[in-house]
Design a binder for this molecule. Structure first.
Ligand SMILES: NC(=O)c1ccc[n+]([C@@H]2O[C@H](COP(=O)([O-])OP(=O)(O)OC[C@H]3O[C@@H](n4cnc5c(N)ncnc54)[C@H](OP(=O)(O)O)[C@@H]3O)[C@@H](O)[C@H]2O)c1
Length: 324
């Protein structure tokens, strides 16, 4: 099979196309003929040598999500038949023509959806859905989504609308806020030098119930300034840095919760649980037209380097997909 490998830590040009043996499915696994995968920030970090693959995953082939057809069944794999169209999260190795996955970590691609669209779904929607579940958001509440034009942000915005939440969002680019309105964004905010709490309070004087924190760094202290009593702040991404100075007095008085989450490093059973919750609560929303994949651009797998450069440039809106 053809795969993209990280030849050494570095910039996008360290990615190269190579031939690798096609993997064989073990017990409970299926092999997926990957038709499309998508790019994630974690892939960029892995390429730079800052985020090694978890144990048991290919060490040099990035890629955390795939869409394709089942083309081989391991012993005791019973959920799918050869030829079934599936999408799912993988711990690595997605930038390849084939991958093996536990059958329960996969979901069926909704009827009539292309592989390119399906590849734009798993990381964005499972991450957003799982984080919103952990934040215990309920219909009628307000949700603030940072980097609302990102893959995860565009998914969270749509899920917020589908679940009956009022959605506020930030982006540094006003154009992305305008595009996010079509996805259910109620209030768009361009942070002013990284500050947004006062802007949130202009429309929501009491603050928001929950915050999907995709940016990290100094945003977290601002979050505390615009979260309601008993509010929840879920830390999902750290694009603005891993350090923050927080007003702990605010955290205390608001009786707020700040907690973090990751998907990639979770044990298989927990990934399967997140996928099952996604399959039950989110996959049907695609068929009903309540949510849709947001694809920024589709490139051939061999152009993974351009895809990485595009993600790093922050110009995109939604997911960057690689067609194999
Ligand atoms: N915990 C998990 O399991 C998990 C899973 C998936 C993703 N993530 C994280 O979620 C975040 C979003 O991922 P994604 O793949 O959806 O991102 P993406 O599609 O690449 O979009 C990221 C957007 O964030 C904004 N941004 C970048 N750097 C920023 C900064 N320093 N300050 C403020 N905004 C910044 C940019 O938009 P503007 O320039 O327009 O603001 C950029 O387009 C990332 O941090 C990623 O690592 C976490």
């Amino acid at each position: 099979m053809r795969a993209i490998v990280i030849t050494k830590p570095g910039g996008p040009d360290v990615l190269a196309v190579v031939d690798r043996p096609t993997p064989e499915p073990a017990r409970g696994e299926v092999r997926v003929r990957v038709r499309a995968t998508a790019v994630n920030r974690a892939d960029l970090l892995q390429r730079m040598g800052a985020y090694p693959a978890p144990a048991g995953e290919p060490v040099d082939i990035p890629g955390l999500e795939v869409a394709g057809e089942v083309d081989a069944l391991g012993p005791d794999a019973t959920r799918f038949a050869i030829g079934d169209r599936v999408m799912g999260l993988v711990g690595g190795g997605g930038y390849a023509e084939a991958i093996v996955s536990h059958e329960r970590a996969l979901a069926r691609i909704p009827e009539g959806m292309t592989f390119e669209d399906a590849a734009a779904i798993p990381e964005a929607f499972v991450t957003a859905h799982d984080a919103m579940r952990q934040a215990d958001v309920r219909g009628g509440e307000t949700l603030l989504v940072h980097a609302v034009g990102s893959g995860v942000g565009t998914a969270a915005c749509q899920l917020g609308r589908a679940f009956g939440l009022r959605v506020l969002g930030t982006a540094r680019t006003p154009d992305k806020l305008a595009r996010a309105r079509d996805l259910g964004l109620d209030v768009g905010i361009v942070p002013d030098g990284g500050k947004f709490a006062d802007l949130v309070k202009r429309t929501d004087p009491d603050g928001v119930h929950a915050i999907l924190e995709l940016v990290g760094g100094g945003y977290v202290d601002e979050d505390l300034r615009c979260v309601q009593l008993l509010g929840r702040i879920v830390l999902v991404g750290l694009m603005a840095g891993v350090r923050a100075e927080l007003d702990l007095g605010l955290l205390l008085r608001r009786r707020a919760r700040v907690f973090g989450t990751v998907l990639r490093a979770r044990p298989l059973e927990e990934k399967i649980a997140a996928m099952r919750a996604f399959e039950t609560s989110v996959v049907p929303l695609f068929a009903r037209g309540l949510v849709r994949p947001v694809v920024d651009v589709v490139l051939p797998l061999a152009e993974a380097a351009q895809a990485h450069a595009r993600m790093a440039s922050n110009v995109g809106f939604g997911k960057i997909v690689l067609r194999t």
